[in-house]
Structures are given as structure tokens and as C-alpha cells.
Design a protein around this ligand. Structure first.
Ligand SMILES: Cc1cc2nc3c(=O)[nH]c(=O)nc-3n(C[C@H](O)[C@H](O)[C@H](O)COP(=O)(O)OP(=O)(O)OC[C@H]3O[C@@H](n4cnc5c(N)ncnc54)[C@H](O)[C@@H]3O)c2cc1C
Length: 448
């Protein structure tokens, strides 16, 4: 039995690992990866002798996928949690506390955004329940459209955009309510009389469990453990260029014939590979837009006077180039004891790819200048590392959930083919891992 997984990011690696578990040691598993390394958007490098993540650096720890994988793989001692410090929002050229008790920045009460928005906006939020709400059950609109209409522009730009920017590198206007905030869409579908009521119903109960988790020595620990346990033949530096059906399975150029295939690539590549075998599915995948981003990791003298916050998110419209800073040494206790203070500056938003063309020097200069502006500290990096992620994040536009339902149903008559990846059920690492596991289960059932 020969199965190929195309794409060696977390989605593909989890798919390969779950396939190994389901098919046993005799199956031949091939991981086809275009780059010369596995991991995709997960990348750990050493800075001043210690590991630092340049792609994802955390995961939603309240979801089970990553802690479960770490336990299974015997690396649970690597599981770490943030210190619990709050980020700031940089708006109107000043730092503000990130609003509390919000759903992705959407407040359930005006007090949440007091100090961040003006008095007129606070009044607009306070009186929102008295204005009639038009919501058609099953409908989808952009988060921006919904929140602007009910709570005003400032809530969108100063509270919602900074949080959505962190997850999707998108803006409230490019992300749909149903995919990004399913519990909010459900509350609206149930007939909530106002957005205030819908947010209150959708907010999870207060909990002391940390929302996020991380990996002490970086994501590479998980990548290496998955790769070893999956026991795959990794064809790195090899791009799958064409997919066709054979009498008994599939043919992938340049790998050859296989009994089954999992496509775990970003949406545009899935679209290209599906083009000959499922043109409608290919068109649906090809219609998903992407946002590009870049990360500048800075190592600073350990006594740099950074604020005691986990990070600083930048509101839309501020005269800065960076969209967010993670003050990694403040956010993560396991990084606090290092010889340098670590900061990650993030650049790039949907619709503006300009930072991809900047030189490394320009990105580092912008990171240093903007970090100086938002912290008031003297920023003198001892080392800076630039990582670009062109097209790294799919945009979950309004209608995304139905697009994916259609896409899945357009591939059900292709036995032995399954899809995984960040464009399907969520961009976060746990959601990607879940798509890999789901794809592996589908293929195991087909081959079993
Ligand atoms: C800067 C940044 C920060 C992030 N931070 C977080 C975070 O803190 N927490 C979190 O949960 N999520 C985070 N995310 C999101 C998360 O990291 C990604 O959504 C996830 O890693 C994507 O995994 P994937 O395997 O689906 O795709 P990818 O990692 O993109 O992997 C797909 C792989 O397919 C390969 N490929 C493509 N075409 C072909 C082909 N034709 N043949 C062979 N190989 C091919 C690519 O080279 C790539 O390696 C972040 C994303 C970015 C960009």
C-alpha cells in the first residue's frame, strides 16, 4: 500500500502520523514537500544559541489537538503556558489596555472599550440593544460590516481589527462572521435581539485555564516527533505538479502511482492539483484569497525597558508599519530567563503585500523604529532575523463556511483523495492538525 501526502506543514505531518497509526508499519508513506524542510509555516531557528519560533509561536490550548499529540508523542514536558500578562492596543498614538470580556474585540458592554473609543462611540454601544437588529438566520456578512453598523467604526478599527489581524493577517472587512465567530453566528441565528445580547451569549464563561499553550523549545520539537513517529519517506525539495486518476488509485507527478493521496497544501496549490480531476472543487479552492505577512525577530539587551505586557497590537490607521509586537520574553516565562530580551514584530495585512518587497534591512529598521515609538524604550538589537510568509494566511471571507461545504462535497466522489490544510476549518495550528487527522481517517476507511 502506497499513500502520498502532499505538503509537509502541520496539516500534512499530522495526516501522515495518523495514517501510520491507522495503516500499520507495512504501508509506504511518502511526504512530498516543495521546500527543503518540513514544517511549512512552523519554523524554529536558533537566536543567540536558543530556539525561537518565526511562524506560529502558540496554539489555542483549550482545544485538545496539540496537547493530545504532545502526550502521545512523549513530549508533554515541553508544554508551556504564557505568564498571563495582557497585551496593549496602540491607538491614537498611545497604549491602551486590550478590552476585556470581548469576542474577538467585539464588546458585550460599553465598559469593555472605555478609554479606547470616544464618548460618542461608547454611547452608541450602550444604546445598541434599543435599536432593531436585522439578521437573517444562516446569513453571513463581514465582521466589519456587522460591528460597524451596531457599534461604530472605532470599535472595528481599534478593538476588532487588531485581534483579527493577529489571527488572519486580515481586517474585520475581509473576514466573515460565520467562519471566524461561529458561536456569535449561532447566537444571532437563534434570534438574539441585539449584537450586545449575541456577544454575551457567545462569550465563553470566565475560566482560569490558560487560553494558549506553547512548546518550550519551539515547534520544531513537535515537527521532529511527528516526522519520526509517522516514519515517512520525506521527499523534500519536490513539488507535486500534476494529479490524475488511474484505474486503481492516483498518479502524482513526479512521485508516481499511489493508492491514495492527501492534499495538505495551501488553497491555490490544492486548486492547481485538483484542476484536472475536480474542476468545480478547484474553482472553489482557487477563489480563497490569501494575506502575506513577515516576522522580524529581535534579540535585545536583556535590560531593555520593555513594558510589562505580553504584546502591543496596532489599531488600523495608526502611522506605523508594524501591525503587532509580541514581547516574547514578557509573554512566556520560559523565555524570560534568557540572556537576551526577545520581541517579534509582525508586518502585513490582507490587501497590502508591500512589505514582502521590502529589503531585510528596511523591515528591521521599521521594526526598531515602530517598537521605539510604542514602548519609548531605547531599542538596540544585538541580532535580528527576518522571515517572510508570502500568502501564508487564507482569508475566511463571508460565505467561507458554505464554500468549504461545497468544496468537500465536490470531492466526495473521488475515493482515495482527501484534503487538509489551513483554508478548511480554521487557520490555527490545532484546526490544521484536526484537518490532517480527519483526512487520514477518510483515507484509512477507504483503504481499510
Ligand atoms: C506569521 C504567522 C504566525 C502565526 N501564528 C500562529 C499562532 O501563533 N498560533 C496558531 O495556532 N496559528 C498561527 N498561525 C497559523 C498557522 O501557523 C498556519 O495556519 C499553519 O501552520 C498552516 O499549516 P498547514 O500545514 O496547513 O500549511 P503550511 O504550513 O503552509 O504547509 C503547506 C506546505 O505545503 C507545501 N506545498 C505547497 N505546494 C506544494 C506542492 N505542489 N508540492 C509539495 N509541497 C507543496 C508548502 O511548501 C508548505 O510546506 C500563524 C501564521 C503565520 C503566517
Amino acid at each position: 500500500m502506497r499513500v502520498a501526502v502532499v505538503g509537509g506543514g502541520i496539516s500534512g505531518l499530522v495526516a501522515a502520523y495518523r495514517l501510520r497509526q491507522a495503516l500499520g508499519e507495512s504501508a509506504e508513506l511518502i511526504l512530498v514537500e516543495r521546500r527543503d524542510r518540513v514544517g511549512g509555516i512552523l519554523r524554529t531557528v536558533d537566536i543567540e544559541g536558543d530556539p525561537v519560533d518565526l511562524g506560529a509561536e502558540a496554539f489555542v490550548g483549550r482545544r485538545p489537538e496539540i496537547p493530545e499529540l504532545m502526550r502521545e508523542l512523549g513530549i508533554e514536558d515541553q508544554l508551556v503556558f504564557p505568564a498571563g500578562k495582557r497585551p496593549l492596543v496602540w491607538s491614537e498614538e498611545a497604549g491602551h489596555r486590550l478590552p476585556e470580556r470581548t469576542l474577538m474585540g467585539i464588546p458585550a458592554a460599553p465598559e469593555s472599550v472605555a478609554g479606547l473609543v470616544d464618548a460618542q462611540t461608547l454611547d452608541f454601544v450602550a444604546t445598541e440593544p434599543s435599536r432593531p437588529l436585522n439578521w437573517t438566520p444562516g446569513a453571513d456578512v463581514s465582521v466589519g460590516e456587522l460591528v460597524r453598523d451596531r457599534f461604530g467604526e472605532q470599535v472595528v478599527r481599534r478593538s476588532v481589527d487588531p485581534l483579527l489581524g493577529g489571527v488572519y493577517a486580515g481586517l474585520a472587512d475581509s473576514i466573515g462572521v460565520r467562519a471566524a465567530l461561529p458561536t456569535l453566528a449561532a447566537a444571532l441565528d437563534r434570534g438574539a435581539a441585539s449584537l450586545t445580547q449575541a456577544v454575551s451569549e457567545a462569550l465563553p464563561p470566565p475560566s482560569t485555564t490558560p487560553v494558549f499553550g506553547g512548546i518550550r523549545d519551539g515547534y520544531r520539537v513537535l515537527l521532529e516527533a511527528l516526522r519520526a513517529a509517522a516514519d515517512v519517506k520525506a521527499e523534500t525539495g519536490t513539488a507535486a505538479t500534476r494529479l490524475t486518476r488511474t484505474a486503481s488509485g492516483w498518479h502524482i507527478d513526479p512521485i508516481g502511482d499511489v493508492d491514495a493521496v492527501i492534499l495538505a497544501t495551501p488553497a491555490p496549490e490544492a486548486a492547481r492539483l485538483l484542476h484536472d480531476v475536480a474542476p468545480f472543487a478547484a474553482a472553489l479552492a482557487g477563489g480563497i484569497e490569501l494575506a502575506s505577512s513577515a516576522v522580524v525577530a529581535l534579540a535585545l539587551p536583556v535590560d531593555t525597558a520593555l513594558p510589562d505586557n505580553s504584546g502591543i497590537l496596532v489599531a488600523t490607521g495608526e502611522p506605523l508599519r508594524a501591525k503587532a509586537f509580541t514581547l516574547s520574553s514578557r509573554k512566556w516565562p520560559h523565555l524570560a530567563g534568557r540572556d537576551v530580551a526577545l520581541v517579534r514584530a509582525s508586518f502585513g495585512r490582507y490587501g497590502d503585500d508591500s512589505t514582502q518587497a521590502w529589503s531585510d534591512d528596511d523591515l528591521v529598521t521599521a521594526a526598531v523604529q515602530d517598537l521605539t515609538t510604542v514602548t519609548g524604550a531605547d531599542i538596540r538589537p544585538v541580532r535580528a532575523v527576518v522571515q517572510r510568509w508570502p500568502g501564508g494566511l487564507p482569508q475566511y471571507a463571508p460565505g467561507h463556511v458554505s464554500r468549504i461545504l461545497e468544496l468537500r462535497s465536490a470531492t466526495t466522489d473521488l475515493p482515495g483523495l482527501a484534503l487538509a490544510g489551513s483554508y478548511l476549518d480554521g487557520v490555527g495550528v490545532p484546526a490544521c492538525a484536526a484537518t490532517g487527522a480527519k483526512a487520514a481517517a477518510l483515507i484509512a476507511a477507504h483503504l481499510g
